[in-house]
Design a protein around this ligand. Sequence first.
Ligand code: GRF
Length: 194
Amino acid sequence: MNKVKAAVFASGTGSNFEAMMNCKELACEIVLLVCDNPGASVIEKATDFGVQTFVLNPKAFKDKHVYETEVLQVVRESEVEWIFLAGFMRLVGPTLLNAYQGKILNIHPSLLPAFPGKDAIGQAYRAGVEVTGVTVHYIDEGMDTGPIIAQKQVEVLPEDTEETLKYRIQKVEHELYPEVINQVVRMKRLWPVE
Ligand code: GRF
């Protein structure tokens, strides 16, 4: 049976993209990588996996609507049903949100609503919290807002540096994201329609 198709949107390293690709039991097929950063190493990873890439520079477009219309056309051509943001450093606007309502997930390296935005691991580390973690959530128009689907805690150890904490958080991400994707895709759970 053919799996439902999905796209990953990423701007950077792509370790979460790689984890999804390496997950043999993933309930969907990643058919497309959308990347807004032509220098990102995730592009090379996608090419190695034989995944179609669509790389574009948002600054080359008149505004967000025009840019997202272009993206929308490509995801639709690829028959994408789900979109997974994985280090995509850009707020998704109404053009994509309305077209894929309840079908866009994001992963964030903190226990939201704590430490939204950039450098969440550094924010938590500097705040001196004893526990931080990972959140997978549906997106809405806000920055790291939207209904939370799953969270996993990661303890901050006394001997942790920001680097060692990041390493452990990312290990959790690489397990949690594919797990949650499978739950959501299999249950065909739509938000906000349950
Ligand atoms: C991850 O920590 C993710 O939670 C955050 O951006 C990072 C992306 O890392 N949104 P990678 O590109 O998947 O390695």
